[in-house]
Design a protein around this ligand. Structure first.
Ligand code: TPP
Length: 338
């Protein structure tokens, strides 16, 4: 059993720079997530999206950073705030848009919607509305990877709120005991619905709590794509080498409310404005990449333009698509193929 308890590591993001290709890949993912969500927020207000929407806006560098290190064979499990994880893992944006609008051609035939979207072909095992539901699922996926002798890695995304769940504790302990290739990635955006983490998270921080289970744990500034990538690189390498699980706590801002329409009476408008001004991972990544001459501004502008066109097409296609036929209701409700 691993009892390795590294001291918490806080990479300062300079150890290994992303090259132009990797940076552009991550930037494209981040820009796609932001634009996709801006558009679905707008469509939600117009009444074109049924159900709830929980937006990932402000947290993009985390999904983009770790997914640079994963391929379709690796697993991720997501939360109710799952669009970013899905896009970064490579899901088709047009099919996602249709899914969220509950249309034919949706990624899950319109049956999952925003909170239960999944793409098994991409190793995206699903968004999960149960807080703390992801860690046990990823432990199962990681156990299958170890049993089958593959070098696949499983990543369970969760929020600060999920770090308090018993399911999370059991999953972490089992992953250590069985030395599984699982990464518990907590995106600490400071809030569980309207409750601040300083009130609800009992330990000094989430990472040190994870260390208590006997695994290495890192803390990282989740607004810094470079730092996220570097931290995740170490964690993924650790898992692929068969050394057991790792926890990463990424501190991130939440630009939106808990859900779209949340009046956010628990925090002032100025807090959000300040977060968006000072902690925008896209602006920070862009500024650094230009300063360090990793890419040129025109490369980034081109990505912005291509993403804008992609989102426009996806929205138009989803709006024009028909609703699923009634006869589809009971089809593919269970999967026996995975
Ligand atoms: C087991 C369970 N308890 C409560 C809820 C209601 N709920 C939905 S989201 C949420 C807050 C989650 O906070 P956090 O894990 O920090 O994620 P974030 O929303 O910040 O991304 C709660 C309590 C739920 N969905 N599942």
């Amino acid at each position: 059993m691993s009892t390795e308890t590294n001291s918490l590591l806080e990479p300062k993001s300079t150890e290994q720079l992303l090259d132009a290709e990797k940076f552009l890949q991550a930037y494209r993912a981040m820009r796609t997530i932001r634009s996709f969500e801006d558009r679905i927020s707008e469509q939600f207000m117009k009444g074109n999206i049924p159900g709830f929407l929980h937006l990932y806006s402000g947290q993009e560098a985390v999904a983009a950073g770790i997914c640079l290190l994963l391929d379709d064979n690796d697993y991720v499990i997501s939360t109710h705030r799952g669009h970013g994880h899905c896009i970064a893992k490579g899901a088709d944006v047009g099919a996602m848009m249709k899914e969220i609008m509950a249309k034919q051609g949706g990624l899950c035939d319109g049956k999952g919607g925003s909170m239960h979207i999944a793409d098994f072909d991409k190793g995206m095992l699903g968004a999960n509305a149960i807080v703390g539901g992801g860690p046990p699922i990823i432990v199962g996926a990681a156990l299958s990877a170890k049993t089958l002798g593959t070098d696949r890695v499983g990543v369970a995304f969760g929020g600060d709120g999920s770090s308090n769940q018993g399911t999370t504790f059991e999953a972490m302990n089992l992953a250590v005991v069985l030395k599984l290739p699982a990464i518990f990635l907590f995106e600490n955006n400071g809030y569980g619905e309207g409750t601040h983490a300083s009130y609800a998270v009992g330990s000094r921080d989430i990472a040190s709590r994870a260390q208590g289970f006997g695994m290495p744990a890192y803390q990282v500034d989740g607004t810094d794509l470079f730092a996220v990538y570097e931290t995740c690189r170490k964690a993924v390498e650790h898992c692929r080498a068969g050394k057991g699980p790792v926890t990463i706590e990424a501190n991130v801002p939440r630009f939106k409310g808990h859900f779209e329409g949340d009046p956010q009476a628990y925090r002032g408008e100025q807090e959000v404005e300040k977060l968006m001004k000072d902690q925008d991972c896209l602006a920070i990544a862009r500024a650094r990449a230009l300063k360090e001459k990793i890419v040129k501004a025109k490369d980034l502008d081109r990505v912005d333009q291509e993403v804008a066109e992609l989102i426009e097409q996806a929205t138009e296609a989803a709006l024009a698509a028909p609703a699923p036929d009634d006869s589809e209701l009971l089809k593919n409700v269970y999967s026996s193929a995975y």
